[in-house]
Ligand binder design. Structure first.
Ligand SMILES: *[C@@H]1O[C@H](CO)[C@@H](O)[C@H](O)[C@H]1NC(C)=O
Ligand SMILES: *[C@@H]1O[C@H](CO)[C@@H](O)[C@H](O)[C@H]1NC(C)=O
Ligand SMILES: *[C@@H]1O[C@H](CO)[C@@H](O)[C@H](O)[C@H]1NC(C)=O
Length: 390
């Protein structure tokens, strides 16, 4: 009799247990990013064989989203740019239900870095579809990517690329030659300010327009024509406003932020970190330097050189930049500026330079992630007594 009751009780318990599993399946079982997607090797070849413009970017991101709506989200940042384009962000998250350590990458704030949207798209492709990159890079992190921070500038420079180059200063002074020439370099967007009387000069340097020690690097405001014109006031550009809004909103989820920039001098390639506006060192500069050096060793350049790693202001003080804003205002601890070499106005049809920049950028980003992993002990990151666990 007693034995029978025991058996009944045990069967009921088993039944309840089974019922619970059916009603509330373990989440990993139900949805794991890695399982629901097809994997393949994406190989070494570029998927995109042309410098990406805003239309192509939008098209490619839409393709990712349609193929894998569970893990890809495309966000249109507001406000729109002067020429009414939306800056696009793409979020790659292997599991919608939990937040993993977040990595932010912003590319092409500077329109001379034509290949930087390509690099971010090729990286996305690998994270999503290549088994070699899914583990650990995709499955262990959430990726927040802004491939093209300055779509108007990219459009402008693409359109004038085949004209005869003229020194940028002469180009801005002399309106009569503009139809058949182009400035030798262009580091701005293309906006005009509301009460601007002299319409000859246009464009603001977005990476001088962020509100952290804005204009601290100059004694007087650079002229409107200057390639480093920082805007009438901080956040006067739509681009800086849009990126700021996004970064402010996502700040709590981002642990590592990277600005993918470019160096325009051959054989001068850098991994840099804040501050840019001041020679003062950030409180965690030792960690930043160590991670940077580790990444530089991992991402040795094709000719055997190493990236130079140091605080950005050691070369030149630059104020109002994205990385200083992210570090100083948003409060993210790990912030880097990557500058692989990129020619200005490269040959549009010859993609060998494009491929070199893209490969360098991807390997540098992933090396930074690896360096960050290796600097953590047992999933814990220690910042001066404060342990951030993930
Ligand atoms: C952008 O949109 C506004 C409002 O619709 C319009 O007035 C303006 O002319 C547009 N600008 C461009 C460059 O298309
Ligand atoms: C502008 O360029 C044209 C053609 O090179 C030249 O003839 C003219 O003198 C220039 N004007 C100024 C103000 O420099
Ligand atoms: C660009 O590269 C292509 C292919 O290599 C070459 O045929 C063309 O002459 C180059 N154009 C310029 C302007 O150098």
């Amino acid at each position: 009799m007693l034995l029978q009751i025991k058996i009944y009780l045990i069967s009921i318990l088993y039944f309840l247990g089974a019922l619970y599993m059916v009603l509330f399946p373990p989440r990993n079982f139900e949805l794991s990013g890695a399982k629901i997607r097809t994997t393949r090797s994406t190989g070494d070849n570029l998927k995109l064989k042309k410098y990406v413009d805003h239309k192509t970017l939008s098209y490619v991101l839409d393709g990712f989203r349609r193929r894998d709506p569970e893990v890809v989200k495309v966000v249109h940042l507001a406000p729109q740019t002067f020429e009414n384009r939306s800056i696009l962000a793409v979020e790659l998250r292997s599991d919608r239900h939990t937040r993993k350590p977040g990595i932010l990458i912003v590319g092409a704030l500077n329109p001379m870095a034509w290949a930087s949207p390509n690099a971010i798209l090729e990286l996305s492709e690998k994270l999503l579809y290549d088994a070699k990159y899914q583990t650990p890079f995709f499955n262990d992190y959430d990726w927040y990517l802004v491939p093209m921070g300055n779509p108007d500038g990219i459009e402008f420079t693409h359109n004038i690329r085949s004209r005869r180059p003229l020194n940028s200063v002469d180009w801005t002074q002399n309106v009569s030659v503009r139809a058949e020439t182009r400035p030798s370099e262009w580091h701005k967007n293309v906006d005009l300010e509301k009460e601007q009387k002299d319409r000859r000069c246009f464009g603001t340097n977005i990476n001088r327009n962020f509100a952290y020690h804005w204009q601290d690097d100059v004694h007087k405001t650079p002229t409107r024509c200057c390639q480093y014109y920082p805007g009438q006031k901080p956040f006067s550009t739509a681009e800086a406003q849009a990126v700021r809004k996004y970064v402010d909103k996502m700040g709590d989820f981002i642990n590592l932020a990277i600005h993918l920039h470019a160096s325009f001098i051959p054989k001068k390639e850098y991994i840099l970190y804040p501050w840019r506006y001041s020679l003062r060192t950030p409180s965690n500069y030792r960690t930043l330097q160590d991670i940077g050096e580790y990444a530089a060793r991992q991402a040795r350049l094709p000719d055997g050189r190493l990236y130079e790693v140091h605080q950005s202001s050691n070369d030149e003080r630059v104020a109002g930049t994205l990385i200083d804003y992210i570090s100083g205002v948003v409060g993210i601890d790990l912030v880097f500026l990557i500058k692989p070499y990129h020619e200005m106005f490269p040959n549009f049809t010859d993609t060998s330079d494009l491929g070199v920049y893209v490969k360098k950028s991807i390997s540098t980003v992933l090396s930074l992630v690896r360096a960050w992993r290796s600097s953590t002990k047992q999933n814990t990151l220690s910042f001066f007594g404060r342990d951030v666990e993930f």
